[in-house]
Design a protein. Structure first.
Length: 169
């Protein structure tokens, strides 16, 4: 056996197939009794047997990855036997954690400073008023373009009457 279920493919039959067919009714024929779904690993192994351009392209990608990246893949044993490399990796990790914590503090401060502009149930005009100088009409048209609002007023000569098109969930 070259292909193992759960590793290279998954077989869908019986009740699982019935449930699968409900979700993908256009893709699964009603007379289908079994479906085989290939994993990426199974598809890679399959590419060794097939003589299609797509299979050869996939196999080329696999060999390219193998020959260009195999030296950069470090095993756990190599890491444990090379304290300098392990120290270097831990140092990079610590720097990343420190940088991300700093970015997180900055973002939290930004959110806190902007929180005063938002309250539950606030209307767009009230929001614009709090920003001083923001053109409410432009914001309303912008919201309409995104289907958040619609103009109930059908006469283009009259002032718009805005209504909510959909509510945030």
């Amino acid at each position: 056996l070259r292909f193992f279920e759960g590793k290279h493919y998954f077989q869908i039959i019986g009740d699982e197939l019935s449930a699968f067919r409900v979700s993908f009714s256009d893709a699964v024929n009603k007379h289908t009794s079994t479906i085989t779904l290939w994993t990426e690993r199974g598809a890679a192994n399959h590419s060794k047997m097939l003589e299609t351009d797509q299979a050869w392209n996939y196999f080329d990608d696999l060999t390219e990855f193998y020959f260009t990246r195999r030296d950069s893949i470090t095993t756990e044993a190599e890491l444990l036997s090379n304290p300098a490399k392990l120290r270097s990796m831990l140092s990079v990790y610590a720097e990343n954690v420190e940088r991300l914590e700093g970015e997180n503090k900055t973002l939290n401060a930004t959110v806190d400073s902007l929180e005063k502009y938002f309250t539950k149930g606030m209307t767009i005009p009230a929001f614009c008023k709090g920003l001083n100088g923001v053109n409410t009409a432009k914001i309303m048209w912008w919201a309409m373009e995104r289907n958040w609002l619609y103009n109930e007023q059908k006469d283009p000569e009259k002032k718009p009457r805005w209504r909510v098109a959909s509510y945030a969930r």
